[in-house]
Design a protein. Structure first.
Length: 709
C-alpha cells in the first residue's frame, strides 16, 4: 500500500500499486479517522500492515471515480484477448463512470459498445489487440508512423488530418486512372467485305478502340497537396510528404504495352518525379528542422519500410541522412578530421552525402554564422553531383572572408579543393572579381549571406597588405583568360590600388591622390616589374623587391606594377579589348600613372593608333555618360584630363583632347562648370601647350567662346 494524506479533509486515501494484486475490488479507498464506523462495535481491533508500518483505524468504500470498464467495481468484467463477436458475460453492463478503453469517452456515449464485430465493451489493457485498437482510435492515421500516444502533438495531428484527406481524394483520382480512357487507335484497317479505306468502316473502328491510362490527374492532385503541405509547420509537412510517398509507391501501371505519354501522364515517369521532390524536401527538413531524435528516427524508419516499385529503387536510401551528432560529421565540423574519411573495421568510410543534404547543411551553418565549420564541411564532404558540389565549394573563399581570414580566402580562389578539380578563379565573373578585391583591400564584407546581396558592409578582419593584394589580384587575372581580356577587371585593379583601405559611409571606396614618385624610383620599379610579372604567371611564391614594402612609396610601386601589367596585356591581347576609356578613367587623379601607361603604349605605332581609336569610339558612344561623370568630377579633373592628352608628343593622342573639347562645346547647356575650365587653362593648362600648335589653337578658341559671352 502507498499512503497519501489529505490535510484539508483529514482523510487517508489508499491507492493500490498493482491493480492485479488488489483484493479490495476498487483501486481507491477513503479512510476517515473522525467518522464512527457502523461495524466498530463488532470489530474494534486495529488493522496493522507491518510491511508499510501503516495503522488502518477505519475503512470505507471510496467515491467512484471515472475508470475504464475493466476496472469497474460495480459490474464484473470478463477478459479475453480479442473477442469482438458479442459482449462477454456482463461486460456490456456499465455504471455512470465507466469509460470505453478504445474511444476514451463515456461508455454510454460509445457508438460501438455492443455492435457485433466491434464490441468495445470487451476491451481491456491486457490485450495487444485492444491496445492496438485504442492506439489507432486515438492516433488515427498517425498510427502508421508507430508513434507513442504521448508523442503526438497538435502539429502531428494537423499533418494526420491533411494526410487522411489526401488519401481519400487520391483514392478517387487513382480509381479514375485505373479505368482509363478509350481512344481511337491511330493504325487500323478494315477486315469487312467489301473492304473500306482505313477510318471509314464503323465496325472496324469500334474494334480498334484502345484504352489509354493517363496519370496526369493523379500527378496534379499530389502536386497540389504537396504545395499545400509545404505551407504547414515542419512536422505536418513531413507527415504529409511521407504518407504521399507511401501511397504513390503502391500505384500500379495497368498498361500492357508502351504508350507514348508525357512525363506527367506516364506513371513510370511521374511517380519518380514526385518522389524526387518528396525526398529532396524531406532531406532538407531532416537537416534544417530540429526534430526530436525519436521523431527523426521514426520518419526515416517509415520511409525505409515503404515497398518501392522497380522504377523507384533509386530512392531506397534517400532518407539515410547523417544526424548532426554523427561522429564523423562532428569531427569534420570541429576541424579534427580534414579529409572526411576514417577507418571502421579495417575499411575506409567517407563523409558522403547527397547534394540537397549538403546544401541544407551549409545553409544552416551560414544562418548560424558558423563560416569556418561550413568551409571545413565543404572541403571534406563528397557527393555524386560533382558539378553541384563544385558550385557550393566556389563559395568557400567568400565564407573565409566572412570569417575575417582574407589571406586564406585569396589562396582558396587559386587552389582547388582536390587535384581533380579546377580552381574557383577559373569561374569568377568580373563583378565577383571586383567584390573580392574590395574585400581584400578594406577588410570589410557584405553583411548579407551572399557576396552579391546589396546592403551595408561590415569590418571582418585586417585587410591584405598592398604587395599581397596586387600579387593575388594579378594571379587571378592570369588564371582566368576571360577576366584577363576584360577591361573592366583591369580598371577594377587600378581603382582598388588607387583607393584607401577605408570604406566611405555609403560603402564605396575612397580614392587617393598619390604624388608622382621620383623618376629614379619609377625606373627601378619598371625594371623589376618584367621579371615579377613573368614569375606571377608561372610560380606560386613570388618575392617582391624592397620598393614594394617601402612605408612611403608602396602604393606608388604597386600602381606602377599595374601599369606595366596593363601595357603587356595591351601588347598581347589588344584585338580582344572592347574598351580602353574605362581603364584610363580608373586612374582617377593619378594622372602621372596614366601618362606613364600612355607613354609606354606610344612606343608601338600600331598599338598607339588602335588604343586611340578605342578611346575615341568610347567617347563618341558614351557622350551622355561622360558629361554626367565630368559634372561630378569637376573642372579641375577635366582640365587635367585634357592637358594630359593635349600635351602628348604624338598628334594621334592629341586628337582625344580635341574630341573632348568638341563634346563640351556642343553641350555647353549641360556643362555649367565649363567656364571654370577656362580659369584652369589660364592658370596651368596653357603653360604646358606649345605656342602655335593645333592644341594651343583649339584651347584658345575654346576660351574665346566664353570671353565673347
Amino acid at each position: 500500500m502507498t499512503p497519501l494524506k489529505k490535510v484539508e479533509e483529514e482523510n487517508i486515501i489508499l491507492i493500490s500499486d498493482d491493480e492485479a494484486e488488489s483484493t479490495l475490488g476498487s483501486s481507491v479507498l477513503l479512510v476517515d479517522p473522525l467518522e464512527k464506523p457502523a461495524l466498530e462495535e463488532e470489530k474494534p481491533e486495529e488493522v496493522v500492515d507491518e510491511e508499510c508500518e501503516l495503522v488502518v483505524t477505519f475503512c470505507k468504500k471510496a467515491n467512484v471515480m471515472p475508470h475504464a470498464r475493466y476496472d469497474c467495481t460495480v459490474h464484473p468484467f470478463e477478459r479475453r484477448e480479442c473477442d469482438t463477436c458479442s459482449p462477454l458475460g456482463k461486460n456490456a453492463d456499465i455504471c455512470n463512470q465507466c469509460y470505453c478503453y478504445v474511444c476514451d469517452k463515456l461508455a454510454s456515449e460509445c457508438e460501438k459498445w455492443t455492435i457485433p464485430s466491434l464490441c468495445h465493451c470487451n476491451a481491456h489493457n491486457k490485450s495487444k489487440f485492444w491496445k492496438d485498437q485504442r492506439h489507432f482510435a486515438v492516433a488515427g492515421i498517425l498510427v502508421m508512423f508507430n508513434l507513442e500516444l504521448g508523442d503526438i502533438d497538435a502539429d502531428l495531428r494537423r499533418g494526420g488530418d491533411l494526410l487522411l484527406k489526401f488519401i481519400q481524394e487520391l483514392s478517387v483520382e487513382y480509381n479514375k486512372y485505373l479505368v482509363g480512357e478509350k481512344v481511337l487507335s491511330t493504325q487500323h484497317e478494315c477486315f469487312c467485305l467489301p473492304k473500306l479505306p482505313p477510318g471509314q468502316c464503323n465496325i472496324c473502328r469500334s474494334r480498334s478502340m484502345e484504352v489509354v491510362y493517363k496519370y496526369s490527374g493523379v500527378f496534379a492532385l499530389v502536386t497540389r497537396f504537396l504545395n499545400q503541405a509545404e505551407k504547414e509547420n515542419p512536422k505536418a509537412t513531413a507527415v504529409v510528404f511521407l504518407g504521399a510517398a507511401k501511397e504513390i509507391a503502391l500505384h500500379k501501371d495497368p498498361t500492357l504495352n508502351c504508350q507514348n505519354l508525357s512525363h506527367t501522364a506516364s506513371l513510370k515517369i511521374a511517380v519518380p518525379c514526385l518522389l524526387q521532390r518528396i525526398t529532396t524536401q524531406l532531406q532538407r527538413m531532416l537537416v534544417l528542422c530540429d526534430f526530436p531524435k525519436f521523431l527523426h528516427e521514426k520518419f526515416v524508419n517509415f520511409f525505409q519500410s515503404i515497398s518501392l516499385p522497380c522504377h523507384c529503387f533509386g530512392f531506397s536510401n534517400s532518407l539515410n541522412v547523417v544526424p548532426w551528432d554523427h561522429g564523423l560529421l562532428t569531427t569534420v565540423l570541429k576541424g579534427q578530421n580534414i579529409t572526411g574519411q576514417r577507418k571502421m573495421k579495417g575499411r575506409k568510410v567517407f563523409l558522403w552525402e547527397q547534394l540537397s543534404v549538403i546544401e541544407a547543411r551549409v545553409e544552416k551553418l551560414v544562418d548560424k554564422k558558423n563560416y569556418k565549420e561550413a568551409v571545413r564541411y565543404l572541403r571534406a564532404v563528397k557527393c555524386n553531383d560533382t558539378k553541384g558540389l563544385r558550385y557550393l565549394r566556389d563559395k568557400i573563399p567568400f565564407y573565409l572572408c566572412k570569417s575575417g581570414d582574407f589571406m586564406d580566402a585569396a589562396h582558396s580562389l587559386l587552389f582547388p579543393v582536390n587535384s581533380l578539380a579546377c580552381c574557383t578563379a577559373c569561374r569568377l565573373t568580373p563583378f565577383e572579381y571586383e567584390v573580392y578585391l574590395k574585400m581584400f583591400r578594406t577588410g570589410s564584407v557584405p553583411s548579407g549571406k551572399d557576396m552579391l546581396d546589396p546592403g551595408l558592409w561590415v569590418i571582418a578582419g585586417p585587410p591584405l597588405k598592398d604587395a599581397a593584394l596586387i600579387k593575388q589580384a594579378l594571379k587571378l587575372l592570369y588564371s582566368n583568360m576571360s577576366l584577363y581580356r576584360n577591361p573592366k577587371c583591369w580598371s577594377t585593379l587600378v581603382m582598388i590600388l588607387g583607393s584607401s583601405n577605408f570604406l566611405g559611409r555609403s560603402g564605396h571606396l575612397l580614392p587617393m591622390s598619390l604624388k608622382e614618385p621620383p623618376l629614379d624610383f619609377q625606373k627601378g620599379v619598371l625594371a623589376a616589374s618584367g621579371g615579377i610579372l613573368e614569375e606571377l604567371k608561372t610560380k606560386m611564391n613570388v618575392t617582391f623587391p624592397p620598393a614594394f614594402f617601402s612605408p612611403d612609396l608602396h602604393h606608388e610601386a604597386c600602381l606602377i606594377l599595374a601599369v606595366q601589367a596593363i601595357q603587356r596585356m595591351v601588347f598581347c591581347d589588344l584585338p580582344y579589348l572592347t574598351s580602353f576609356l574605362e581603364i584610363a578613367l580608373a586612374f582617377g587623379n593619378n594622372f602621372w600613372a596614366l601618362r606613364l601607361l600612355l607613354d609606354h603604349l606610344s612606343y608601338d605605332e600600331h598599338i598607339l593608333h588602335s588604343t586611340v581609336n578605342l578611346i575615341l569610339r568610347d567617347l563618341h558612344c558614351q557622350k551622355a555618360t561622360m558629361l554626367m561623370l565630368w559634372q561630378n568630377l569637376g573642372p579641375q579633373y577635366v582640365g587635367e584630363f585634357l592637358c594630359l592628352f593635349l600635351t602628348c608628343r604624338h598628334k594621334k593622342m592629341q586628337s582625344i583632347g580635341f574630341f573632348t573639347l568638341n563634346i563640351i562645346r556642343e553641350n555647353l547647356h549641360m556643362c555649367p562648370w565649363a567656364k571654370h575650365l577656362c580659369s584652369f587653362f589660364h592658370n596651368a593648362g596653357l603653360r604646358h601647350l606649345p605656342l602655335g600648335t593645333a592644341a594651343h589653337h583649339e584651347v584658345s578658341k575654346f576660351i574665346h567662346i566664353f570671353e565673347s559671352l
